[in-house]
Ligand binder design. Structure first.
Ligand SMILES: [Zn+2]
Length: 329
């Protein structure tokens, strides 16, 4: 009798486990509208059910200027805020390039990873405003918008990628200097530290946006190594492992992108670098890192302007080609 009761309990437990395993994956983002509520209220469910697809594509988005107006190379801060909402509600969650190339894709089941990159280190991406003796991140800069969004959606915290220039002109030196858009030169390294400590990924875009094809091997290495050295000055020990090709142009000797060194003749110190991810300026969404087509040294990107983002997301849904994360093991 005792055994029979145990057996019956066992059947119930087994049935429960089987039923649990057979249940569909969670199909809603946090705060999304459940299908029944959607039907009753006429609102659309935010995230439809999606089957896992680890060989699907991953958009690597590319932003340049963030400002007051929309253009080919600029996004208004209002539109940028809408882009984040749009991605979130359609089931996209950010990862860094490091996570992409090391296959550490930790987004929730049913979600699609997206990499969001900012090129050229302009003040609109990261602006400080003085506040007494301290500084605050300008809420209308991309970082301010990002952090306000991440305060509501924790999975966005620190998950953007900034491809920086330490010494370019016209306000493109670590997000602005010399009073451009109110940015003080003294704030530059503070910004580098802020990003690194916040968990954001810093990516090497060379010292001043050099056309690497026109440079000798020594100068190519100097451009990459001195950018690394400048970041190290702001955040000791931080090593950039991703490089965004300026203008999308390769140096004659491509292997110099990946490893090299530069010796500072003034003090005899040598700075070495190692790169294992190279970002292109276009080319569409990236293959999954689990796909044999994935090449970490030629990662394609999608520039965000006009309605390109909406068009891309619609296209990926129509074709059913987006990466969809599976249940965590
Ligand atoms: Zn650039």
């Amino acid at each position: 009798m005792q055994i029979a009761r145990r057996s019956a309990l066992g059947v119930v437990l087994l049935t429960t486990i089987v039923l649990c395993l057979a249940l569909p994956l969670p199909d809603r983002a946090e705060g999304a509208v459940p299908a029944d509520v959607a039907k009753a209220t006429g609102r659309q469910p935010a995230v439809p059910t999606r089957a896992p697809n680890l060989l699907g594509v991953i958009p690597v988005l590319e932003y340049h200027l963030i400002g007051d107006s929309d253009g080919r190379w600029s996004r208004s801060h209002r539109r940028f805020a809408r882009d984040l909402e749009l991605l979130h509600v359609r089931g996209y969650r950010p990862i860094t390039v490091r996570q992409l190339v090391t296959k550490r894709i930790d987004v929730a089941p049913g979600m699609t990873p997206v990499v969001i990159t900012f090129d050229d280190a302009s003040p609109g991406q990261f602006r400080f405003v003085a506040s007494g003796d301290s500084v605050l991140v300008d809420p209308t800069s991309a970082l301010g918008i990002w952090e306000a969004f991440a305060a509501k959606h924790a999975e966005w915290k620190g998950r953007a990628v900034f491809c920086v220039l330490p010494s370019a002109s016209n306000g493109h030196a670590f997000f602005g200097d010399k009073g451009i858009q109110g940015q003080r030169s003294a704030w530059r390294l503070q910004k580098v530290r802020y990003l690194a400590e916040g968990g954001y990924e810093l990516c090497n875009h060379t010292l001043w946006h050099a056309n690497l094809s026109k440079m000798s091997g020594a100068l190519v290495q100097e451009q990459i190594a001195r950018a690394q050295l400048a970041v190290d000055s702001g955040m000791a020990g931080y090593r950039m492992r991703t490089l965004a090709l300026p203008l999308g142009i390769w140096p004659k000797n491509r292997s110099l992108l990946l490893r090299g060194a530069w010796r500072d003749a003034t003090n005899g110190r040598t700075t070495a670098y190692q790169i294992d991810a190279v970002l292109r300026v276009g080319g569409g969404p990236s293959p999954s890192p689990f796909d044999t087509l994935f090449d970490p040294l030629r990662i394609p990107r999608v520039q965000v302007f006009a309605n390109e983002l909406e068009t891309l997301l619609d296209q990926l849904d129509r074709r059913g080609t987006r990466y969809v994360a599976a249940r965590r093991q």
